[in-house]
Design a protein around this ligand. Sequence first.
Ligand code: PLP
Length: 381
Amino acid sequence: MSAVRNVVAGAVPGEIPGAVPGRSVFNFAAGPAIMPREVLEQARDELLDWNGTGQSVWEMPFTGPDYRSIAEAAEADLRALLDIPSDYHVLFLQGGASAQFSLVPLNLAGPDDLVDYVETGHWAHRAIGEARRYCRVNVVASNAADGFRALPPRGSWQLSKHAAYCHITSNETANGLEFHSVPDVGEVPLVADMTSNLLSHPIDIARYGLVYAGAQKNIGPAGLTILIVRDDLIGRARPETPTVFNYQVQVESHGRVNTPLTYAIYLAGLVFRWLRECGGLSAIGAVNARKSAKLYDAIDQSAFYECLVARSDRSRMNVCFELADPDLQTDFLEQAAGQGLMNLKGHSAIGGLRASLYNAMPEAGVDALIAFMEDFERRRG
Ligand SMILES: *Cc1c(COP(=O)(O)O)cnc(C)c1O
């Protein structure tokens, strides 16, 4: 299967060693981020004429049979990839993950309800700030004081007795932290912002009440938001919740309250299909584990680079590191870009360097980055 080959090997003779065929750069951006080449090629080939219809997906009425078949296939492939139980609904919404920072409280909690949040980094902090506008927020644990370099251990969380839900950020994209197991929060529905690691490895959806993800990190175009919600959490929205963002109304109208993000859903569907052809989430998860382990090893073995994130909590998706001598950073970024290693700058709120290694980043991209880092250290160390 060509998809597997591309992820695992990626190298083609006659091009930049290790580069993705047909591409001259490796894009390590945190999001919007690298897409699988096969997906972009298929989208290009089908752009003017989808499946002999003479129409672009872009142009199709969203109520017609062609687009409906595309949306239904996307949902079926997502359900297959994640093995989503039948009492969970899948919604393809607009507004990005940030809109869900408001919409989760509006849909799941009343104004006097208590909701639990774990503050693990930049994105959890943003989610908390937004939730505070709608209900009573209990920050059950925070590692802000230590600069978000480790996850607060589950044993330290001060959970409320009757929270409407408990919210976690499964992967902190800006800080490079990731939950490697699902925290037990008892009967309280667990809500997870999985924007930057959904579909990067197998998960047990049944452990969650609701999962949401902006697509632009590991799945598809910005704006599209994937939401997976358990049936018993539907129907709790406050009356003032905007209709297009009311989960129950969306479920009942099969995601057609208004015009869905048709083209983005089509592209996400191609990514789901690609992932299935790669062997599914166990296969891609193994590749992701190997890619990140290689890079962390290279960083840890050198005194020239350092990663300050606790080893047990390091993200497989976003490797945050820095140069021991920060004055070399501008040169590092310039020279890396000169070799086609793009967008390695850390999040603006955090600084340092960051290599995002989403599903579509071939292992050869990580190898090329490590080779560049070793060479840069030899010359400048
Ligand atoms: C990028 C990101 C967001 C914000 O996503 P938008 O689609 O821009 O709103 C939220 N949470 C996490 C974990 C992210 O990585």
